[in-house]
Ligand binder design. Sequence first.
Ligand code: ZN
Length: 381
Amino acid sequence: MASGETKSIELFRVAGVQIEVDYSWLIIFLLVLWSLSAGYFPQEYPGQRTLDYWIVGFVATLLFFASVLLHELSHAAMANRLGENIDRITLFIFGGMARLSGEPKSADNELKIAGVGPLSSLVIALIFWLISSAIGQVGSLWTAVFRYLAFINVALALFNLLPGFPLDGGRLLRAVLWKRWDDLPRATARAAQWGSGVGWGLIGLGVLEIFGGALVGGLWLLFIGLFLRSAAASGYQGMIVEHALQHVRVSDIMTREPMTLAPELPVGEAIEQYFLRFGYGGFPVVSDGCVLGLLPLSQVRHCKPEERAHKKVQDIMLALEPSLQIGPQASAIDAIHKMNEASSGRLLVVDAGKLVGLITRTGVARIVQTKAQLESQAAEV
Ligand SMILES: [Zn+2]
């Protein structure tokens, strides 16, 4: 997703992988719980007590999300076994997400990491189906629960196998094309086109369902389709950025000798003489050659106009901490990941306590764009 500011709750860690749920996940949890307890189970197995429907509904919902989590964990386990890095799994409104912190190192790695997800969903489906057969009594609510879970895991595997990047199937497609063409950007572009196409397909199906009277299911497909389209586009963008910035270091693209503020400068003067004059989104704060912190525009905005005359830069700046700084030898891609996490969109480049430069999100974006333009020109010639 484009925004790095989604709010999520960190749950627990499994084998070094942090599991977290986005707040949007609560919506889908309640929706699944409600549709199972008040819709699916009463319809399939009528004549039971309402409370029983809600109990099995709750258990089925929990096991459903445990299945989603296991699917994502299988991606993470495979990635980490291959020396790629997935250290975070997020459950959100459209399911689960186990993101690599960069592009996979090879097409074979991508095949294995993407393929293991649907495969484990099918194994989970088989296990639930065996349990439902073992319980046996046809018509029992618990048989229904495990049969539903078997069915939903098959559905999960099939949905994820749709050949649209960044779904697993789209990643498999990309890996195959990557192997054939030996050209990651071209393979990603094609797989992302398919992702966009699959997105349109889901939107179309959703609209048909809505006209057919299935409002909730239809809206659901529609939103998943929209999400997939934007994920395909941003996944492609992310790959282009990583590709352009391969082997680039922070020191190659940072702004050297950036303009700095003195810590004792009143906020009002900083606004007049720096922010309004140069239009930058933030300035490093430096005293006697030592870097103390960063004053981004967002901090200035929070300072009330009547306080701007007597408050000083050092009173409202963000004090220097690891999340605000990076070394000149670090890779530009690491800088981007760090900037995406920091709200200020800029990092101080610090070497042995001294400020040596400044790196900003917009600055990096400009360089990526320039590189892309130069490369496309070279290709035209
Ligand atoms: Zn998957």
